[in-house]
Design a protein. Structure first.
Length: 453
């Protein structure tokens, strides 16, 4: 079999992989890119972008619902198929647009899963491609949920393609994806039950804020099975039964129209045949990399969700691509410096977080000078302006060094406001300065002054 040779081979055409392929082509390298599914990757096709289109509709309904009797007399009519048609205007052009962009840069485009034959050669469909540099950017996918009846489960990919919104849905998993999907479906008229293996949904966020969100959701009619796991799913006529086991082993059976599995994601690394090249990976099958995103082979890099660096978030994948691009094509010598990473869960209202967490605070040595500013401000003037069902914050401030170390926000505006606090943490802006700035009013950011005391 003849072997085609390239300077750079990129595996995976999501945001991270595309960025490296284009930077390599611009640097005059011969480049091939291959992708097993549609071009574009998770974020624009099965993740952030379509999710935000649905979230925007859910948020509109959430606001109107809150303002019924306060100007609005009834809920507006809603059509899930129309919303999905609107969502498709964003997702459908992506694969062709992405392929076209690659070709315009002279990149050879393949639509195949790639597998290592040896450290420099990969099997790509019927062809073998050899490259001096290989960049793996294969992302993640929903983890298989190993319970009886898993053939009846919808995944988060399926949720974003559903033709109809059922009257009732059980969602398994209280992480980002389960909680965000529950808020979308719940606001748009579906009766949702969320099965959460921890004591609160969004357990990775500040738990005091997660609990306030939980209580607000419960008041709005969402149902939760906490400290519980789904253990089996059965068909029951045109509905489904779900067995749920709590931490004491007590079994409950729930019935519903549809069951959505959001119980974690796994890296897309199996098809790569990493062992054929001797590339190291973790127990969870993430590719091991150093701070320059290099694997144990000097010419193979791994970036984005498939690597064991950073967090599986789109901006992190983009940041990692920029490091590889700088080092490989611009003569740079950069290393990844992640801390702190801001993150948002698109709930109703939003939850956002950056920097020091409560767990990190608890581990501080005796005599530290970090103060916690934490308050439920649901009754505040600003929260009532917006008629928000919940509004709260927790900030960690080093009072001696006069800097902000961590910020956790729950409320309208939190997903945007966290970026300002991220900048303050990253740039070590003095808290006394933050208190004196002239923020636009009345906005979420203007509440920073009172939050900081
Ligand atoms: N807004 C965002 O930035 C955003 C949105 C979506 C996803 N993501 C990224 O994707 C990653 C994956 O998100 P995710 O929500 O799929 O995973 P996750 O790991 O955050 O949450 C999955 C949850 O399902 C639970 N679980 C497992 N088996 C279960 C069972 N049988 N019954 C009930 N619960 C069960 C797990 O204990 C876990 O809490 C996240 O870490 C995040 O970085 C980010």
């Amino acid at each position: 079999m003849s072997v085609k040779e390239f300077d750079v081979l990129v595996v995976g055409a999501g945001a991270a992989g595309e960025s490296v392929a284009i930077a390599a082509a611009k640097a005059g390298k011969t480049v091939a890119i291959t992708e097993g599914r549609a071009y574009g990757g998770t974020c624009p096709l099965r993740g952030c972008d379509p999710k935000l289109v649905l979230h925007a509709a859910a948020e509109a309904m959430f606001h109107v619902d809150r303002l019924r009797g306060k100007g609005f007399t009834s809920a507006p009519g809603f059509s899930w198929p129309d919303l999905m048609a609107w969502k498709r205007t964003f997702t459908e052009p992506v694969p062709e647009g992405a392929r076209k962009k690659m070709k315009e840069h002279g990149i050879e485009v393949y639509r195949e899963y790639a597998a290592f034959v040896d450290p420099h050669v990969m099997q790509v469909g019927d062809e073998q491609l050899k490259a001096e540099t290989i960049v793996l950017a294969t992302g993640m996918k929903p983890a298989p949920l190993d319970i009886p009846g898993n053939e009846f489960l919808y995944t988060s990919d399926d949720f974003l393609e559903m033709d109809d919104l059922p009257a009732e849905m059980i969602i398994i998993g209280g992480g980002y994806i389960g909680t965000e999907s529950a808020h979308v479906a719940g606001a748009l008229g579906c009766r949702v039950t969320l099965i959460v293996s921890e004591s609160v949904p969004l357990d990775k966020f500040d738990n005091d804020l997660s609990r306030l969100l939980l209580e607000s959701d419960q008041r709005r009619g969402m149902k939760f099975q906490l400290n519980s796991k789904a253990t089996a799913v059965r068909e029951k006529g045109d509905r489904f039964e779900v067995d749920v086991e709590d931490e004491d082993g007590k079994l409950t059976t729930l019935t519903t129209d549809r069951v959505l599995h959001c119980a974690g994601r796994v890296p897309n690394t199996k098809k790569l045949q990493l062992d054929a090249a001797g590339i190291g990976y973790t127990d969870s099958k993430k590719i091991k990399v150093d701070t320059k995103l290099r694997t144990n082979l000097a010419h193979v890099y791994a970036i984005g969700d498939c690597s064991d660096s950073g967090l599986p978030l789109t901006p992190v994948g983009g940041y990692e691509a920029s490091i590889v691009n700088a080092n490989l094509f611009e003569g740079g010598d950069e290393s990844a410096d992640y801390y702190p990473i801001p993150t948002v869960a698109f709930c109703l209202p939003g939850m956002a977080s950056v920097g020091m967490t409560a767990k990190e605070y608890e581990k501080l040595p005796a005599g530290h000078t970090v103060e916690v500013f934490h308050k439920d401000i649901t009754d505040s003037y600003h929260a009532r302006h917006l008629n928000s069902p919940v509004y709260a914050y927790k900030l960690f401030v080093d009072t001696e060094r006069d800097i902000l170390l961590g910020a956790h926000l729950l409320g309208p505006g939190a997903p945007e406001m966290i970026n300002m606090l991220y900048l303050a943490i990253k740039e070590k802006t003095r808290v006394s300065r933050l208190r004196k700035l002239l923020y636009t009013y009345p906005t979420a950011c203007s509440t920073v002054k009172s939050m900081l005391g």
